[in-house]
Design a protein around this ligand. Structure first.
Ligand code: SAH
Ligand code: MG
Length: 195
């Protein structure tokens, strides 16, 4: 991978206020995935490809990443970035709404990274559980959403997002097949290991 290009991609995304993965969140995921050496990763929410490009470093030798993005402009930029970073052979982008695309995928993944519409997290979880391999890990970014999720916050237009993020936490916590931690890194990260 071309690290110099990766740094440029990161700076440009930050300047344009694209919500890329935060450094401390990436460090935690790195700690998990460096050991696992996943062969296949599924990402929901590509944006401009920054996190997917970072994740290529953790893949096993012939590993690959499938990532989904619905914003046409971002897909275009992600493709350019993936090329610049020299990881085209490792990342496959599905263009469109993950709500429609996920049910059409029938592959197995070692890790899933959920990082898209917060109101859809329970649905993304259901699809991730269908496709995750035994002993795989599901990460969900922005799970604490600026602290709203664990506070008594229930006004405002973000209400649906907050309700669905709470529902996600409840489901992963109550599922007897999952071992879950909720970390306060970045905007909150849920890590669920399939047992
Ligand atoms: N993972 C990226 C950041 C993703 S930001 C990184 O860390 O670099 C979230 C992205 O999810 C946005 O680009 C948004 O367009 C996309 N998104 C939101 N809801 C989606 C959906 N239902 N289907 C596909 N993409 C979605
Ligand atoms: Mg995020």
């Amino acid at each position: 991978m071309n690290k110099q290009e990766l740094e440029k991609i990161k700076q440009k995304a930050l300047e344009k206020h694209i919500p890329i993965i935060m450094d401390d969140t990436l460090e935690v995921i790195e700690r998990y995935l460096k050991e696992e050496k996943p062969e296949r990763i599924l990402e929901i929410g590509t944006a401009v490809g920054y996190s997917a490009i970072c994740f290529t470093e953790f893949l096993s030798e012939n590993g690959s990443i499938d990532t989904i993005e619905r914003d046409v402009e971002r897909v275009k930029e992600a493709k350019e970035n993936i090329k610049k970073a020299e990881v085209e052979d490792k990342i496959n982008i599905f263009e469109g709404d993950a709500v429609e695309i996920l049910p059409t995928i029938n592959k197995k993944y070692d890790a899933v990274f959920i990082d898209a519409a917060k109101g859809k997290y329970p649905f993304f979880l259901k699809e991730a559980l269908r496709m995750i391999k035994p002993n795989g890990i599901i990460f969900a970014d922005n799970i604490l959403y600026k602290g709203y999720v664990l506070s008594d916050y229930n006004k405002h237009k973000q209400r649906t997002a907050v309700r669905n993020l709470r529902e996600y936490i409840k489901e992963v916590s109550e599922n007897p097949n999952l071992d879950t931690e909720i970390l306060e890194v970045g905007d909150g990260l849920a890590i669920s290991r399939i047992m």
